[in-house]
Write a protein that binds this ligand. Sequence first.
Ligand code: SF4
Length: 103
Amino acid sequence: MKYGREKRLTAGASHFIGVMEKCTWCVHRVEKGLLPACVAICPTHTLHFGDLDDPNSEVSKILQKEHWFHLLEEIGTKPRVYYVGGLPPSHSIARTLGVGEKI
Ligand code: SF4
């Protein structure tokens, strides 16, 4: 389904077989003031969504006090997903194998 002025593809229809798609941030829900579906139904409240431009938002406060990292930031995609706690997977692999070891 194409949604909004930008005609973004949202979940449910108009998808192409064999074409990779990605998260739409549930624009059809967020524009109605709802949380993204995965955030709303997460039974352990692991996922958070909010306004990083608002320093008083829940997500801003979490990122101000917790350690976080992005995935693949070094390739210049300007990710907006923050992983809180732990280390990026590349660090975990390096720690397990020893830096410089081949898999
Ligand atoms: S349910 Fe979550 S992962 Fe799926 S499109 Fe919505 S925000 Fe993205």
